[in-house]
Design a protein. Sequence first.
Length: 174
Amino acid sequence: MWKILRQIAHTGIVTEPAPRGAADEAASIQRIHRELLDILGQALTIRQVDAGSCNGCELEIHALGNPYYNIEGLGIKFVASPRHADMLLVTGPVSRHMEEALLRTYAATPEPKLVVAIGDCGCTGGIFGESYASCGRVANVIPVDITVPGCPPPPIEILRAILSAVRQTGATRR
C-alpha cells in the first residue's frame, strides 16, 4: 500500500485539460436559459419517445439533466404521459413495432403539439432507412417541427432545438 501512496504522491493529479471553447459553450447555455425563461414564463413538459434507437441520443438527452445544462432549473421537465406533454422528443428510426405506439402518443399529446426528431436516425432514417422492419425517419409517421442531426447530437444542440421549437410556438401565440 505504501508503494501505491508513494506513486500517487510522485505522479500528482493527472486530469484532462478543460475542453476548448468550454467558456463559449457555457455562455451559450446561459443565453439559451435566459431566452427560454423569457419565452416560456412557465414550465415546459417533454415526453421523450424512443422509436427504435441505439440509445446514443437518449444518453445525450439525459445529459441535459446534469448540473452543467440544468434543464430542470429552467422549468423544463420530462413527463411519463403524453397527455401532460407540450413537446415530444423522438429518437431513432421508427421501427414497424413502434409505429402505432408513436401515433398514439402523438394523438394523446394536447395542442399545440411540438415534435423534435433527434439524431440522424430520427431525421433521415440513418443507416437503417426504410425497410420491412423500419418506417425510416420520424416525419414518415408524424409531423416534425424541428430536426437535430448528429449521431448522437451533443446536448447543446438538443437544447438549441428545444429553444427553436419554443420560439416557433411563442411567435404563433402572440
